[in-house]
Structures are given as structure tokens and as C-alpha cells.
Design a protein around this ligand. Sequence first.
Ligand code: AMP
Length: 429
Amino acid sequence: MDTTKNRRSRSGASSRKRSTFSSSNRRNTSGGNRGGYKGGNRRGGGGRSGGNRRGGARKMPTFDPSQFINKNPVEVTEEVYTPKHKFSTFGLNGKLVKTIREMGIETPSPIQDQVIPEILEGNDVIGLAETGTGKTAAFLVPLIEKTLKEYSRQTLILAPTRELAIQIQDEFKKLTKNFKLYSTVCVGGTSIRPQIQSLRKKNHFVIATPGRILDLINQRKYDPSHATTVVLDEADRMLDMGFINDMREILSLTPEDRETLFFSATMNKDAEKMVHDFMKNPVTISVKKKDVTNSIEQDVVPHGHHDKFETLCNLFNESDELKRVIIFGAMKHSVEKLSKELTKHGIGAESIHGNKTHPQRQRSLAKFKSGNARVLVATDVAARGIHVDNVSHVINYDLPNTFEDYVHRIGRTGRGTKRGKALTFVHTK
Ligand code: AMP
């Protein structure tokens, strides 16, 4: 792990270079168009109401298939980070420390080690970290601690997808099982009524997707003017999904003296501008993860006009190695169709995409996680923020929109010490 930290002043934020965040994920996003292979996908659903609000301005991507090949992945041994703190030395409530220990979390991860003291001190923080780094606990633990000390505190957490919002609440519930702290999840694609009812009660934490919470604000069911802290989790993804105006509007409705925490895997101009406009003297903490494009075995699977599905079935029939497989598809309906077709052909598959209700997605995910389904077919958006261990293969049945999406997808395998493989379908004939 490579970690860095610096402080940026409010006025200096926009002019300062991205000195601290990892650029490893950006390899070849623009420079790799050597061969002129064309693949055109539109991103699957998600966002405000399951739709993509980016509009039709996006260019068709051009990829060189060689970008998807790495037959000799390097063995990446991550640098050992020595934390300065233990959970017992942050000055946290003893019961909270005990709960963290009971969750099996022993040592603060690098992002936690550096972020927790800053949040406890009341500083605005930019955390440049991907999922899997422990970023959720990095903001939840200190915010829970502060809420225990000051019961009137209210935190609003914005996340790009309902799955991520639910996962944040799950972690919140685990961390607060010994305390009387309350939370509500407000996400789209599910009935608004229970959310309205839950918002009537006291909530220390509201975890929401931007579109839904803005609806609730407009209906005067949630009052953002009481938020003491706003967390933007996976901010780059929210921006990418077209939530920029919603995010800015929500932030502008919260008090000026709020604390703002901004977590993102990457920074771009929109993110820089938000930081500049809405954060006060933020501390930047960057945690670089291993470069998956170097460390994951990758190959292409050539197919013709009419044999794409047959080629996929053959992969499964010819190899026992494909034990737990995530297949990425471009569109919600094609993802659904593919999972049904696979199941028909004896390859147990579940699907997650924006056309499914939240409980349906949760059920599919549970079946996949428990091993009851060998395959999970997903759109990029629906798969975001989901953790599944021991994924043996990621298959890009449809091409991603960007190389960054590709990196995100293949990062679903090869987690931790387990080795996985990424296969990308390319149309050759
Ligand atoms: P996140 O990056 O927040 O999505 O966290 C990924 C996973 O790591 C979650 O399942 C957490 O429960 C787990 N986790 C969080 N902090 C730690 C830690 N310090 N050590 C080990 N696991 C952790």
C-alpha cells in the first residue's frame, strides 16, 4: 500500500495538481487505441430511477484487444503498511472498540489509520481509496464516536447505488449494535413510503442515493439543514452517473459549517470543483491499491456473429475452473436474458441490474455469494460496491464503456491473495 497525505486550502484546491491519488487505473484510457477494435456499449441502469442520465453524448469506445490480454501477471506483494494506531488508541468509546474487535477487525487499515484521527478532530477529509480498503469503517467509526458524544449530530451519507447504501447501513448496524443509534436508507427503486415513515423518527445517520434524497427533500420529508456531516461515498461514481447537479444542490441545502467527507477512487475536474466549492481546508489521504491490470491474468475470447452465446457455454462446459463467475453485460434486458439462457443450459445463473427491485437483487446476490448460483450476470452500475470473495473469473461478455470500467470489472476477481482470471469477448469474424 502506498499512502500519502497532504492538506489543501480551500482556495488552492482547484489549482493544485492531483499530487496524491493513484493514476494506475487510468492506463490507456486515451492512449490505447492502437488496433481500432470497435465495441459499442451503453451502460446499464442505475442512478436516480434506474436510468442513465448521462444522455446520448457519449462516444463509442474503441479498444485494442491487446489491452485485455495479460498472460503473465506479476506477483504483486503489497507493501506492508505499519499503522500508527490501534483501535484502542484512537480514544474511541470502549464498547465501540470491543464491537470492532468482535467483528474480526484487528488492526486499522491504512485509510482508517490516517482518516479516523482527522474526522475525530473535525477536519474535512478527501479520502482517495477504492472499495476493499476499509473506507466505510474509516468514516463510520469516527462519526459514530462523535455521535455518541453529541447525540444531536446528524450525518447524511450519499452513495451512488442502493447496494452500496445498504452495505454502508449493514456495516453501521454491526458497529452500533450496542448503542441506541438509528439510521434510515433512502434509495430509489423501492417504495418511498417506508422511508418517509422512518424519516419521521430520530435518525442519526441517513444513507441515501442523491436522486431519492432530493425527492424526499423536495417533499419536505427530509430536512438537510440539520446535517452536521455530509459524506460523499464513491463520489467519482456519483459524478459519473450524472448526479452532479443533485449532489451540488443537496450540499448547498446543508449548513455551511457542516463537516464534509469526500471519498473517491479517482479525481477529475468535476470532483476537484466540488471539493473547491464545498470543502473547507480539506486533508487529502490517498491509499493506492495494487494495479490490477498487472496482477490479474487476462485473455480475450474471440467469437463470431452467431456463436457468442455458444462460445460462452463452451467455456463453462470445457473448464471446471470457472467456479464463481461474474459476467458483465451492457444492458439491463440483455443481462436478464443471458442469465435465463445460461440457466436453461444447465449453468446456474442469477442476475442483477436496474430493472430488478431491490429485494430481487439482494436475493440474487445472496444465491451467488452462498454458491447456489455459479454465475452472476450484472451491469456495471448494479455491480458497483458489491463485495464477493473468491470470484474465480470475470467475463466481459459485452465490452465496457471505458478502460476505467474494465479495471473496475476485473478488480472483482483476484481479491486478496486469491488469484482470478478475466476474460473479454471480442468479435473477430
Ligand atoms: P470497504 O473498503 O469499506 O468496502 O471494506 C471492505 C471490507 O473490509 C468490509 O467487509 C469490512 O468489514 C472489512 N474491513 C474494514 N476494515 C477492516 C480492517 N481494518 N481490517 C480488516 N477488514 C476490514
